[in-house]
Design a protein around this ligand. Structure first.
Ligand code: URA
Length: 426
């Protein structure tokens, strides 16, 4: 069936409900190029202001899935589970989590993206490991899932291609921060990926898309509803992103921290969140009988990590890239560190070269920020608190500018609890 795009735009602009046929047609016609960017931009803005009803959103998401292929992982003969984070600063959790869950007997098919803006990208981080390749062909992907149990790689062009076009358009039309558009974008890719169970880490706070816990809860409920309706057991944790996770934000520095966690150490918050998400993934895949803490302690997760990195050409023993320049920022006062702003640190790491402004830009493997104390810990005036890493000393000044007001000692700021809420289907 064919429609006139202007009728569809006018209907949404005026607050009418779109029919399933209209939605399927416009997503398909936009993906094939029959509907141009200017008309889709107008529709996205209308959706931004008018929203989508639950019925419209279900059809919209399914149409995005149907623009490509839904993978079938049933031939693996073991349960599968995946996790998705809505994006944050220092959020390296996928790196220790995927091998940890695989070490507990559940396969983890992780099709990941690159970073854009102040939030880091999993593939960019892993690419700091010498030799590691993000591109894995279909057969090698299934073989790695069978033999190693975990793959983290780039999504191919057949995974929800409608989202690739829509996301790029939203990025330049100020229509990213819309709950139905974020939910359909994330869930179309995750449902198409084919895992039996999905755990969503929905971030909240300055470094997240959604700054307020209630909005993050609404996004979480919307995504859980879409996952369950598509037959994927889905649970969401709403977690803090008012401060960054762990002690490092960037590329190689986050790999190094993840390896510490896999070796049984690492910062408490990274370990706590990794274990909480691992327990949810294992429960979703029907494995409540295994304890992921044990697999971290006894080295099984580290073994899977090493095999997972080697399977994609990486050398898990190779030294990680080091920056040409380091710059130390001292603690401004003595007392309790009450604020370490996630957004400011993310922008600083990005300006040091860890992230990109445009999709085509290269990133620096060695760039990033590390810090010696987390929120709630004691600091002494003048002690080294932040270390800025970059290959290009000219970037330090702009990174320092991003950090203005980022650090608070004995201020009234009340940090969010790490685990804020858990949302499951009804
Ligand atoms: N991540 C996505 O994949 N899509 C969005 O819309 C936002 C975050």
């Amino acid at each position: 069936m064919s429609f006139d795009a202007i009728d569809v735009l006018r209907a949404k602009r005026d607050g009418a409900t779109l029919s399933a046929e209209q939605i399927r047609w416009i997503i398909g016609a936009y993906t094939s190029g029959a509907v141009p960017d200017e008309q889709m931009s107008a529709l996205l803005m209308a959706v931004f202001f008018r929203g989508l009803s639950p019925e419209e959103l279900a059809v919209w998401t399914q149409a995005m899935i149907d623009s490509g292929e839904r993978k079938d992982l049933s031939s693996l003969g073991r349960p599968t589970a995946d996790k998705h984070s809505t994006g944050g600063v220092g959020d390296k959790i996928t790196l220790p989590l995927a091998p940890l869950v695989a070490a507990c007997g559940v396969a983890v098919p992780q099709l990941s993206g690159r970073g854009l803006g102040h939030t880091g990208g999993t593939l960019d981080k892993l690419e700091s490991i010498p030799g590691w390749r993000a591109d894995v062909h279909e057969e090698a992907y299934l073989a790695q899932l069978r033999e190693v149990g975990a793959v983290i790689c780039a999504a191919g062009n057949d995974l929800a291609p409608a989202d690739k076009k829509l996301y790029a358009l939203r990025d330049v039309t100020a229509t990213v921060e819309s709950i139905p558009l974020i939910a359909s974008s994330i869930m179309s890719k995750k449902i198409a990926e084919g895992a039996d169970a999905l755990v969503l880490d929905v971030k909240t706070g300055s470094g997240a898309f959604m700054k307020e816990p209630d909005l993050s809860r609404e996004l979480a409920r919307t995504m859980v509803g879409l996952g369950e309706a598509a037959g994927v057991r889905t649970v969401a944790l709403v977690t803090a992103m008012d401060r960054p996770l762990g002690r490092a934000a960037g590329n190689a520095v986050e790999v190094a921290e993840s390896v510490e966690v896999l070796a049984g150490g690492g910062p408490d918050d990274v370990v706590e969140l990794t274990l909480a998400l691992a327990r949810e993934m294992l429960a979703g895949a029907g494995r409540t009988d295994v304890d992921p803490a044990e697999a971290l302690r006894d080295g099984r997760a580290m073994d899977v990590w090493r095999r997972m990195i080697a399977a994609q050409g990486g050398d898990p023993d190779a030294p990680l890239p080091q920056p040409a320049e380091k710059h130390v920022v001292n603690a401004p006062a003595t007392g309790t560190l009450t604020k370490l702003d996630a957004f400011a640190l993310g922008v600083a790491a990005w300006r040091l070269g860890a992230g990109r402004a445009r999709k085509e830009d290269p990133v620096s493997a060695a760039a990033g920020v590390t810090w010696t104390a987390g929120v709630g810990e004691q600091v002494t005036a003048g002690q080294p608190l932040l270390e800025l890493h970059t290959d290009d000393p000219a970037r330090i000044e702009r990174a320092l500018a991003a950090l203005g007001g980022a650090i608070g000692v004995d201020t009234d700021d009340a940090p969010l609890p790490l685990l804020i809420d858990r949302i499951q289907g009804t």
